[in-house]
Ligand binder design. Structure first.
Ligand code: ATP
Length: 470
């Protein structure tokens, strides 16, 4: 994929996103106190919630909403023959060059062709080595002896776990073609260049679905899955003018692919792949049949036919989607300082002019915290009342409680965490059991009976739409 810079129309930069992610506990550098581990990141309290919700939304979309797609959770460690059959041992390589002077390592398809031709380092002008192939699979040993008999790989994709289980799933679940198998899980690649935060890492998570179809119907299903995956991002509330299609040219096609499209997103560093939709033909199943010696043909009893199905794959990165969601949600704006309705002088000092707020405009169904309950004051029983309201909301939503500092500042903290709803508890709550519901995006506030709170939040989540543009 080309690494050219695209025009970015958002306010986010990778530096701002990385810094916010750390500050608010979305993503930390792995082993930070030891100077960090390249290509690995840790998901903090807000990050793990966001990641789980993204995976949950995908899972619902790909399994619950289809009668003919089943789930699977295959092991990361697989028989080493799997990776010979899949072609990964032979073909899963990147072309690599090193600079002899500054020792920087590059993927040779990612440096300007003129540098490659002149064998000149794009960083320091030093001499480059010849290009050599570098296999991206992490190799280890299983068992006590470190010999070739014990070689084991960390899976570089989740898909193969699906192919080797396809017969099990047909038999145990009486699946009939066309049908799909969906899986999310970790994958590992020894990536040469791991820049851009969590965009490309050595340890990451994928969300893959393999759809098994009758040969001859594959083009039709390929088009159908392209449509469905595009519509999914729309449903997720993603800014659709930051998405585009990229079709793989003949020299880009993977060894297994008959046709392939990427959905690309306009990240701050340019257009980059978010998800791949591939027509993998019957390559994988024919190879596994050959290498395992097992008959993997599908038996169509209704039509008295036997054939190797074609596979349409939708393959998205979960951790990469999380980065996309952060970039998509990120916004900065100048606002008039807020105060809680009807509480003159209680809010943040009514400074003249605007103040800057950073806000993550997550779809409320993805936001790590759905509702934060904030007592206006700690005293006079307001804290206890707020805790009580939170306890009630907890059953249905992920909640937060914050009583520290001025109310305006607390709203800002929740904006930065992307919390779509704040519930403010004040003296009037004590009198008439009403609370103030404050909306993250518009900053509007409305007073409603406490008894209607949960239902109102549920309705707001369902009807949410992105109102701002870039
Ligand atoms: P690239 O060409 O950018 O290396 P790829 O085409 O090899 O990626 P696929 O094998 O199609 O990627 O993987 C499917 C999806 O998995 C990608 O669209 C991406 O979202 C995710 N993915 C792949 N490699 C990584 C990685 N190193 N870190 C994070 N996510 C990844």
């Amino acid at each position: 994929m080309s690494e050219e810079k695209g025009e970015y129309r958002g306010k986010a930069t990778m530096e701002k996103i990385t810094s916010l992610a750390k500050r608010r506990g979305f993503v930390f550098q792995s082993s930070e106190i030891y100077g960090g581990q390249n290509g690995a990141w840790d998901y903090g309290p807000l990050g793990v919630e966001l990641k789980n919700r993204i995976a949950g939304a995908w899972w619902k979309e790909m399994t619950q909403l289809h009668d003919n797609i089943a789930g699977l959770d295959a092991a990361i460690l697989m028989h080493p023959r799997v990776w010979e059959a899949s072609g990964h041992v032979e073909n899963f390589t990147d072309p690599l060059v090193d600079c002899k002077k500054c020792k920087t390592r590059f993927r040779s398809d990612q440096i300007p062709p003129e540098n490659l031709a002149r064998k000149e380092c794009p960083e320091c002008g030093g001499e480059l080595t010849d290009t050599r192939k570098f296999n991206l699979m992490f190799k280890s040993h299983i068992g006590p002896a470190e010999d070739s008999a014990g070689i084991i790989y960390l899976r570089p994709e989740t898909a193969q776990g699906i192919y080797v289980n396809y017969k099990n799933i047909i038999q145990s679940n009486r699946m009939k073609i066309p049908f799909g198998i969906a899986q999310t899980g970790k994958a590992f690649r020894n990536e040469i260049v791991t820049k851009n935060f969590i965009f490309r890492t050595c340890e990451f998570e994928q969300m893959e679905m393999q759809y098994f179809v009758k040969p001859g119907t594959d083009t039709e299903w390929f088009d159908e899955w392209k449509k469905r995956r595009w519509a999914y991002y729309e449903k997720l509330g993603v800014r659709m003018d930051r998405l585009r299609w990229h079709r793989h040219g003949p020299d880009e096609l993977a060894h297994y692919a008959k046709d392939a499209y990427d959905i690309e997103y306009l990240f701050p560093m340019g257009w980059r792949e978010l998800e791949g939709i591939h027509n993998r033909s019957n390559y994988d199943l024919s190879r596994h049949a050959e290498y395992s010696g097992k008959d993997l043909k599908y038996i169509d009893q209704d039509n008295n036919e036997r054939y190797l199905p074609f596979i349409i794959e939708t393959s998205a990165g979960l951790t990469r989607t999380l980065l996309m969601i952060l970039c998509d949600a990120y916004d900065e704006e100048t606002v008039v300082p807020e105060k809680k309705q009807g509480s003159e002088g209680m809010g943040e000092a009514a400074a003249s002019g605007g103040e800057q707020r950073t806000v993550l405009r997550f779809h409320p169904a993805l936001a790590p915290i759905t509702a934060a309950v904030l007592p206006l004051m700690k005293k006079d029983g307001l804290a206890e009342l707020a805790e009580d309201i939170r306890a009630e909301l907890k059953e249905d939503f992920s909640t937060d409680y914050d009583q520290a500092g001025a109310i305006g500042r607390r709203y800002r903290r929740q904006d930065e965490a992307g919390t779509p709803f704040c519930v403010t508890v004040d003296y009037q709550t004590k009198e008439d059991n009403t609370v103030t519901l404050r909306f993250r995006d518009s900053m509007e506030q409305t007073r409603i009976p406490r008894a209607e709170l949960a239902e109102r939040i549920r309705r707001e989540i369902k009807s949410w739409g992105r109102k701002d543009t870039m």
